[in-house]
Design a protein around this ligand. Structure first.
Ligand SMILES: *Cc1c(COP(=O)(O)O)cnc(C)c1O
Length: 418
């Protein structure tokens, strides 16, 4: 039996069966549907794209995968060269993994060990001994043992990623958060957190500008600028989890183009939605803290499928398409249309309508308002997957205007139909 994600298996609606997929269309047992979700925000070029298909087929004829332990290959080297050149500043050091959650784990572990290597945090072995003696020692000042994160954050489903997250809808079964402080995206809260605990943070992690799975919450870049200043002042590493926001979703290529983080995490759209892969990209100063003659300062991590050759080839092809076919312009066009169709929408059941780049969201007051929406959308040729009190579209960027209007009109008409 298939155990489906985020679902009570007893009561969940039967999933829609996909037979093939092409462009923005899913060909399903419920008819041909426009995918308004881009398969969890990843399929930015649409399905069955000839250029991406060709990249994979070509690589498949050579080899699908070899490990990066003691081996290397052109696809991973070329993708790394491309990302180093393409990403801002000295974000040049690429550590690959097979999913966004793992890439977030890598970023947090990297940040912690960065501080261990610099003598600013306790070694994990000492922590274990303390635990063994059952003696919860008070934290000496200056020891960095805490992550600063945001309210409503979502960073993935593995344990540490879940801990820095703050989303009851996903992680209600695991409410205990250790070593994490969550603050709202307000500058006063940010300043207060730093003035009270700044010397205990080993990193700050944020989904910049747009908090996705935590409810499509949008906030201003001034918060990130202030975070950058405070992180610099207190010697705290700033991590941008751009697994969802990267590759244009916020209307910026990357939020990292606006404010430079110390570590950047990319996933989801990295491979154009073809193969699960992610990358944790570090700046030079982070890399240098691990670089030296002492093996004990090396980074001891290595997912089996990191740098998978098929994933790297398709990611490289995806980045090139994004660049050569001016995707930023496509995204600006999507944003304009979304604003024109949705922003005027007023209804007592609606709390707020928000549009940012390639993300349009209607937050309703009560989740029950969205009951039956999925079936309604399907009957109008659209696949949509609201969660909680959030109805949203994150469409593939190749969508045509008419198709986009179909999606948005389904969202709008849910409220305006008689
Ligand atoms: C989806 C997501 C993740 C987790 O990525 P997976 O590939 O599902 O493990 C992490 N961070 C953010 C911001 C995400 O949206």
């Amino acid at each position: 039996m298939i155990w489906y994600p985020y679902a009570q298996m007893k009561t969940m609606a039967p999933p829609i069966r996909v037979e093939r997929a092409d462009g923005v269309f899913l060909h399903t047992d419920k008819g041909i549907l426009i995918d308004a979700v881009s398969s969890w925000w990843s399929t930015i070029h649409g399905y069955n794209h000839p250029v991406l298909n060709a990249a994979i087929s070509d690589q498949l004829g050579k080899f699908a995968h070899v490990m990066l332990g003691g081996l290397t290959h052109d696809p991973v080297q070329q993708l790394t060269d491309k990302l180093s050149e393409w990403l801002p500043g000295d974000l040049d050091y690429c550590f690959y993994s097979d999913s966004g959650s793992v890439a977030v784990e890598v970023a947090l572990k990297m940040a912690l060990q960065y501080n261990v290597n610099r003598g600013c945090a306790r070694h994990s072995v000492l922590a274990l001994e303390n635990a063994h003696h059952g003696n919860a020692m008070p934290v000496p000042t200056g020891e960095r043992n805490t992550v600063l994160a945001l309210k409503n954050a979502y960073h993935g489903d593995t344990f540490k990623a879940m801990e820095v997250g703050d989303d009851e809808d996903y992680h209600f079964a695991f409410p205990h958060k250790r070593g994490v402080v969550h603050i709202p995206t307000r500058i006063d809260a940010l300043e207060k957190a730093f003035s009270e605990k700044g010397n205990t943070f080993y990193c700050m992690i944020v989904e910049p500008l747009l908090q996705g799975a935590g409810g499509m919450k949008m906030y201003d870049c001034s918060f990130l600028r202030r975070a950058r200043e405070l992180c610099d002042r207190y010697g705290v590493l700033l991590i941008f989890d751009e697994v969802a926001t990267g590759f244009g979703r916020t209307g910026n290529r990357f939020a990292a183009d606006l404010v430079l983080p110390d570590i950047l995490v990319l996933g989801k759209a990295l491979t154009g939605g073809y193969i699960g892969h992610a990358v944790t990209v570090a700046r030079r100063k982070v890399f240098e803290a691990f670089y030296g003659d002492d093996p004990r300062i090396a980074f001891m991590h290595g997912p089996t499928f990191m740098g998978n050759a098929l994933a790297c080839r398709v990611a490289l092809a995806s980045v090139r398409l994004f660049e050569e076919e001016n995707y930023m312009q496509k995204i600006r066009r999507i944003e304009k249309i979304e604003q024109s169709v949705l922003l005027g929408l007023r209804d007592e059941r609606i709390k707020e309508v928000r549009v940012m780049g390639g993300c349009a969201c209607i937050e309703v007051v009560n989740p029950s308002v969205l009951e039956g929406f999925r079936e309604y959308a399907v009957s109008h040729g659209v696949f949509c997957r609201p969660f909680g009190n959030i109805l949203y579209a994150m469409v593939p960027y190749v969508i045509q205007e008419e198709q986009l209007r179909t999606v948005l009109n389904v969202m709008r008409s849910w409220f305006t139909r008689g």
